[in-house]
Design a protein around this ligand. Structure first.
Ligand code: SF4
Length: 374
């Protein structure tokens, strides 16, 4: 499919690369997109990306583990599973006040979304009540909210929706075929059912997977097919590179070729043109050039600051330095009326208090703009 001398093939590839929103992808089509020459793939992905997003903005989320370790599930990649001994220190569900102070910090650092993750098979009712309170209070700070709590019943999803939850994260991890090699304690269907409950509750879906777990490329196509063929594309699609943790069954899996990772990002961008494609776990193992290629391929969301659950996240400062060098701005959150009023008030107060000479100095941009001469 990648031979450009073949006019027929080129036409069908052009169609596949067109960025049409579809829910009927077959594996051969995904394979054709993924395996086309790298430059063509990146060009197509960037082109589509520009039709739907500002190409120089990246959404930033902060992720906090609100309950760590001792999870009854046996996900083969996960240091939080109670099935493996990885030396991870376990922590019970955090108090609401502690979570709120972390959220305030995240907001101060520029995050627009605050994600809270708990290592549960599914939440118990009394724990869910605590999480509902966290969601309400984080929202009151003016941040978008996201939680990942394991499987949800219809009723639990409804309660989260009523509390104002913006996103629910629940990954498919891999293809249905490879799934049994990775998790035995819950089925693929369980996952799809939870995602349906989340959609029914009117909550945005955050769902993606992990590559580099020893899967075949076919399994990568299978994962993308499952995600893109949902009744609605997940609004957020995290693509993780396996972080091989010693003590887990995948502790010594060979590291994935980073070009394969970039291909995965670009294919996700082409197939789900309106979704945020998130560069997720594994970023700390990537050099800046690989991350840059991911942004070029259409990744437009990252975890920023805090730890990415239990795996180290590159320091926030390193992220911002790379953004500066690339002329990327963190995406701004839309302010609600109350915040706009407050901002206006602050400006007026500042204008009254600031001496005239200082008023004339141009405001310092928060980030260096590499697109302008300096
Ligand atoms: S990935 Fe989630 S469900 Fe699986 S073991 Fe880890 S915390 Fe538990």
């Amino acid at each position: 499919m990648s031979n450009h001398k073949n006019g027929q093939t080129l036409t069908s590839l052009e169609k596949l690369n067109s960025g049409q929103v579809r829910h009927d992808w077959d594996l051969a089509e995904i394979e054709a997109i993924y395996n086309q020459p790298f430059n063509d793939l990146l060009f197509a992905a960037q082109n589509i990306h520009r039709q739907h997003f500002n190409p120089n903005q990246v959404q930033t989320s902060t992720l906090l583990s609100i309950k760590t370790g001792a999870c009854p599930e046996d996900c083969a990649y996960c240091p939080q599973s109670g099935h493996y001994n990885t030396g991870l220190s376990k922590e019970q569900l955090m108090a609401v006040e502690e979570v709120i102070s972390k959220a305030q910090q995240a907001k101060k650092n520029g995050a627009t979304r605050f994600c809270m993750g708990a290592a549960w098979r599914s939440p118990r009712e009394k724990d869910l009540d605590v999480v509902l309170e966290m969601v309400r209070q984080v929202k009151d700070l003016g941040l978008e909210t996201c939680v990942t709590l394991g499987m949800l019943t219809d009723e639990q999803a409804q309660k989260l929706g009523e509390a104002g939850l913006d996103y629910y994260n629940h990954n498919l991890d891999t293809s249905p075929e490879y799934y049994q090699q990775i998790i035995t304690t819950r089925t693929y269907k369980n996952r799809l059912d939870t995602l349906q409950n989340v959609r029914d509750a009117g909550i945005n879906v955050c769902s993606g997977g992990i590559i580099g777990m020893g899967e075949e490329t076919n399994d990568r196509y299978g994962l993308l097919q499952q995600l893109a063929n949902m009744p609605e594309h997940p609004q957020s699609v995290p693509i993780n590179m396996l972080v091989a943790v010693e003590g887990t069954p995948l502790g010594d899996v060979e590291k994935l070729d980073s070009i394969e990772f970039v291909r995965m990002i670009a294919t996700a961008r082409i197939m789900m043109p309106q979704s945020y494609v998130r560069l997720s776990a594994g970023r700390e193992d990537m050099n800046e050039e690989t991350q840059t290629l991911c942004y070029l391929a259409g990744a437009n969301s990252i975890f920023y600051g805090e730890k990415l659950l239990t795996t180290a996240n590159p320091e926030a400062e390193a992220d911002m330095l790379l953004f500066k060098r690339l002329g990327i701005e963190p995406e701004r959150r839309e302010l609600d009326q109350q915040e706009l009023d407050q901002q206006k008030l602050d400006k007026e107060t500042l204008a009254e208090e600031t001496p005239k000479v200082e008023e004339q100095q141009p405001a310092k941009p928060l980030f260096y703009d590499a697109t302008k001469p300096h």
